[in-house]
Design a binder for this molecule. Structure first.
Ligand code: CTP
Ligand code: CA
Length: 224
């Protein structure tokens, strides 16, 4: 029987998914973060496990339950995510970077709670490493890399340049301006961009269906 019929078409594949926001600590009580809820990444991890893959989910803080059959690794900061992903990258067939990684962190983290003063407070920020770019620079033959891009303007141009710059095989682009896409929604409106230059524009669909579509395309590329 064709494995697709039994629903186990990803059996034997090692899939690493990142999901959720990162949190960059300022002091013991405060952090810098973003609105990611983790829904898209968790949907991908859950569907991949249902389809038979060996799934590692490297997750920032979220309110979601771990999908069935998924090995979850919890992290907080972008640097922790970098270490968790890079140390597991070599054995992965597909790496899917749905996480909203903080580009900056407070340059210093205070050991004690910062006390307010009368005037303005300026915080210096340091650049975080780009996890996807590091993966792209060190991709092993046969390994497939899928990035995400959430934009508010120039969606496809920005997405195309991220695909190239980070050496991805595929990139999922979504606009924060589309109703039915973005943070916390159960649906997504995405354009898929591929390294060979072609693009695919599926209509609005649930994050679970988009997860399956992303996995279908990666599986298709892996067979070529
Ligand atoms: N990404 C990453 N490590 C970072 C920043 C981003 O791995 N430090 C990944 C994200 O997980 C996503 C992709 O890169 O898959 C694109 O993230 P995005 O924030 O859209 O792009 P940036 O390159 O950070 O550019 P900008 O935020 O300036 O648009
Ligand atoms: Ca960014």
């Amino acid at each position: 029987i064709e494995k697709a019929l039994t629903g186990q078409d990803l059996a034997g594949k090692h899939v690493l998914v990142t999901a959720g926001p990162t949190q960059e600590a300022m002091d013991p009580v405060r952090f810098l973060s973003n609105h990611s809820t983790g829904k898209m990444g968790y949907a991908i991890a859950g569907r991949a496990a249902m389809r038979g893959a060996e799934v590692t989910l490297v997750s920032g803080p979220t309110a979601l339950d771990t999908p069935k059959g998924v090995n979850r690794v919890d992290i907080r900061s972008a640097r922790d995510m970098y270490d968790a992903v890079l140390s597991r990258a070599a054995q992965q067939d597909f790496i899917i970077k749905a996480a909203a990684v903080g580009d900056y962190r407070p340059a210093a983290t205070a050991d004690e709670k910062l006390k307010k003063g009368d005037g303005e407070l300026n915080i210096r920020l340091a650049r975080n490493p780009d996890i996807l770019a590091a993966l792209g620079a060190d991709k092993r033959p046969g390994q497939l890399l899928c990035g995400f891009a959430m934009e508010t303007q120039n969606l496809l141009d920005n997405a195309e340049s991220k695909l190239r710059r980070k050496n991805c095989d595929m990139l999922v682009a979504n606009s924060l301006r589309d109703k039915g896409a973005g943070f916390g929604t159960d649906t997504n409106i995405a354009t898929l961009l591929f390294a060979d230059g072609h693009r695919e524009q599926p209509s609005i669909m649930s994050k679970a269906d988009l997860a399956d579509l992303i996995l279908d395309r990666l599986l298709g590329m892996s067979r070529r």
